[in-house]
Design a protein around this ligand. Sequence first.
Ligand SMILES: *Cc1c(COP(=O)(O)O)cnc(C)c1O
Length: 242
Amino acid sequence: MSVLKPGLEARLRSVEEELRHVVEKAGRPAGSVKLLAVGKTFPAEAVAQCLPLGVRAFGENYVQEGAAKVEWFREHYPDVELEWHLIGPLQSNKTRVVAEHFDWVQSVDRLKIAERLNAQRPAGMKPLQVLIEVNIDDSPTKSGLPPAEVEALADAIDAMPNLTLRGLMCIPAPADTSEGRLKPLLAMKAFYDEFKKRHPQVDTLSMGMTRDMDEAVAAGSTMVRVGTAIFGPRDYGQRTSQ
Ligand SMILES: *Cc1c(COP(=O)(O)O)cnc(C)c1O
């Protein structure tokens, strides 16, 4: 587990301030980009320090770690309504725990995963909000669906009663220059705009993390997922469960 260093509030406020600034600079409406706090590898107690600072939406990468945190918050903060997003890769043998714990899944990239989530979403919970992860820069090591295959999956999800398709997500490969970072983000925005013509209910384009938040907002992201800039550096050394 990672250790939270002092200064969480200052780091969070600085990210929020930077976000406000880049949103304004891009000529976009105030509040049009949602900030997701990514607390992966940090213990629940550390993530909980965000609550008095006003954060209500959290991203987690690892299914077991994320589900355990959701349960911890249900127990310790039963009256605080939180929004939990799975943003990491999802294998089909882990879909049940995801369907039972998370509010959003941003990394749907296969029909089988969508079908299982739809079947396993417990009655009485709101539909699971899903994004299709797109491999926009054709990175061989990346999860995500090639753009040409997105439409078929989206149509299938649209027909599933326990899933609500909210949009698209991408994680472009790191690049050294601002131009290099911007290029796949702009391609993704163009793809999203076309996609939205066929799926007018979608409202979410999730892209941008610590390294490319500014470029993502300039390109048209509606949700940024920020970990390091808020919580500090991560330590993966002790992590035992996926
Ligand atoms: C870890 C992670 C983030 C946050 O990354 P930082 O660089 O720490 O801001 C965002 N999105 C995904 C999919 C991640 O895995």
